[in-house]
Design a protein around this ligand. Structure first.
Ligand code: NA7
Length: 549
């Protein structure tokens, strides 16, 4: 008697994508769904990243589910940008309100996923040795879910406490009276540094790459804006799909930065700086992400801002980014970041000039031999982004395909939704989709809706399996590359390029052609009977999507 548990669909991950997949597959298709989640709660990114100051960089009225108008109206966000506890509370509310937990098995990490071409079934094996089977497997494994600590020599020698921002202790950390180091100045470092500085006796920040950081201009929710937004929610959600980043409310730019006078430019940048937010700033001109010369005008403006906020001009110069065009690494939104360096007990180390050589029993040693002593080290060192979580699962087929092997030179996908050779395995916001370059919840919803429509079509047509053709996948992957190559994005050594992981292929992974173009392409493909995909017919029509065993 086999202990394998059978379902119609398996979903890996109970973040926003996985939860919405569960909801739709269950409510629209009536499937028997099982979600497998490594954590002991829902929320994905918002479950794991509990570091102090963790906050979304998309405004809370936008960063929410759109599928239920009542949910939209009943939830009220306290601030312009949701912080991690509020977003996690919201995701938990969604799980309860739609009775999702009954189909989620927590504390269950999937190690293997194998597709059998004879039976058209996926078999998923967990760390604890359980086995689950279904014709459909949806990987809702997240883009920033594999935290990464650099392989510093002496990592285990350090006798103080260590933390990674992406694996923060649930009970929180009190740094009061401690000598603290933060390594990394991406979003996680920049958001946590001002708060850790309030607690620590000293705080030393190790910066390898200075980032472009704009004010969030966070504050309490303006209730008039909220009421207006809620009254217009349907139109605003539809409008969001018609934008590059999936975020409505920002008039698209009409002018080149080079077509206006320096005074006009500075006035525009000042206005955007005061408004806060990254989209608004990038929307100042049409060519900030296309022309290095245009981009240089924005860079200069931000450099001058840094010099005006940070009192010590040596520190200010170290904080001025100078190795990539602005916006080609994820822009960071801050609250009081630059001001933090005016505090006497906060120090900045230029880890580009003088890299970290390793950890010692007492702290950190730099390449020039300088040693620092700490009680605690915070690794804000990022993630094996976009492909990391899928590579952690050994994804194979019985006819000898291995996803890790197929993706050795970089991810190959059709629309970031599927990969050729792996039938019925769908990815939510996978590489090759706008995912990380968009409002993530909107992109998760768009992907899940496409997948659910596709499965519905297959059931009606008596199809058991779908996968992209090698040719369509190749064309899409080349298109993703061509679109990126026409922008400034590939100029930065970013996690979009895999550049933060030694040995990872340098391939620009997100689709930056815009949500509106991407969604139109997905719809066109579906309308043409899933052009670029092939189907395997079910042996008996009633067994479509229920396995052919
Ligand atoms: P990021 O943005 O990948 O930032 C990681 C930071 O850690 C970045 O400043 C890195 O410098 C730094 N880092 C990594 N390795 C080292 C070593 N060996 N020495 C010194 N510094 C190092 O991750 P986050 O968690 O901040 O943000 C991820 C995303 O979450 C963010 O983009 C938002 O979308 C939300 P580097 O730039 O590689 O030189």
């Amino acid at each position: 008697m086999s202990n394998t548990k059978q379902f119609d669909a398996l979903v890996v991950g109970a973040g926003v994508g996985g939860l919405y997949a569960l909801f739709r597959l269950r409510e629209k298709l009536g499937l028997n769904v099982q979600v497998l989640e490594a954590g002991d709660g829902v929320g994905g990114t918002w479950y794991w990243n509990r570091y102090p100051g963790c906050r979304c960089d998309v405004e809370s009225l936008e960063y929410s589910f759109s599928f239920d108008p009542e949910l939209e109206q009943e939830w009220s966000w306290p601030e312009r940008y949701g912080n991690q506890p509020e977003i996690l509370q919201y995701v938990n509310h969604v799980a309860d309100r739609f009775d999702l937990r009954r189909n989620i098995q927590f504390e269950t990490r999937v190690n293997n996923a194998t597709f059998d071409r004879k039976t058209n079934l996926w078999t998923l094996k967990t760390e604890a040795g359980e086995t689950f089977q279904a014709p459909v497997c949806i990987m809702a494994t997240g883009n920033l879910s594999i935290p990464r600590v650099p392989d510093f020599p002496g990592l285990d020698d350090f006798q103080g406490d260590t933390y990674h921002t992406g694996l923060w202790p649930h009970e929180g950390v009190d740094f009061t009276g401690k000598r603290v180091a933060v390594i990394g100045t991406g979003s996680s470092g920049v958001q946590s540094i001002p708060i850790i500085a309030e607690q620590g006796e000293t705080l030393t920040v190790f910066q390898r790459t200075a980032n472009y950081i704009l004010p969030a201009a966070n504050g309490p929710m303006n209730r008039e804006i909220e009421a207006k937004h809620k009254a217009e929610y349907r139109e605003r959600r539809a409008a969001a799909y018609d934008t590059p980043f999936g975020i409505a409310g920002f008039p698209p730019p009409t002018q080149s930065a080079l077509d206006v006078t320096p005074e006009e430019r500075t006035a525009k940048y000042e206005q955007k700086w005061a408004e806060g937010g990254s989209i608004s700033f990038l929307y100042s001109y049409t060519d900030l992400l296309l022309s290095d010369e245009a981009n240089a005008t924005a860079r200069e403006f931000v450099h001058n801002k840094i010099r005006s906020i940070v009192k010590d001009q040596n520190v200010a110069e170290t904080l001025c980014p100078n190795d990539h065009p602005m916006g080609t690494k994820r822009l960071v939104l801050d609250t009081g970041y630059y001001e933090t360096y005016n505090k006497q007990h906060v120090h900045l180390v230029n880890a580009r000039k003088n890299p970290i050589a390793g950890l010692t029993q007492k702290g950190i040693r730099l390449e020039d031999g300088t040693e620092y002593e700490f009680d605690a080290i915070v690794f804000a060192t990022g993630f094996d982004a976009m492909t990391g979580a899928l590579k952690e699962i050994d994804v194979r087929t019985t006819d000898g395909r291995s996803l890790t092997k197929d993706w050795e030179a970089g991810p190959y996908t059709m629309l970031g939704l599927m990969s050729a050779g792996f039938p019925n395995m769908f990815m939510i916001t996978g590489p090759g989709s706008p995912g990380v370059k968009s409002q993530m919840i909107l992109s998760c919803e768009q992907h899940v809706d496409w997948i659910v429509d596709c499965l519905d079509y297959m059931r009606r047509e008596g199809q058991a399996a779908i996968e992209p053709t090698d040719e369509s996948q190749h064309d899409w992957t080349m298109h993703v590359k061509d679109v990126a190559d026409a922008t400034l994005y590939p100029k930065a050594a970013s996690w979009y390029m895999g550049a933060n992981i030694p040995g990872k292929p340098r391939v620009f992974m997100p689709y930056v052609g815009g949500v509106q173009r991407y969604k139109a392409k997905c719809e066109e493909i579906a309308a043409n009977g899933y052009e670029g995909f092939t189907f395997t017919a079910a042996k008996k029509p009633e067994l479509a999507l229920a396995g052919d065993d």
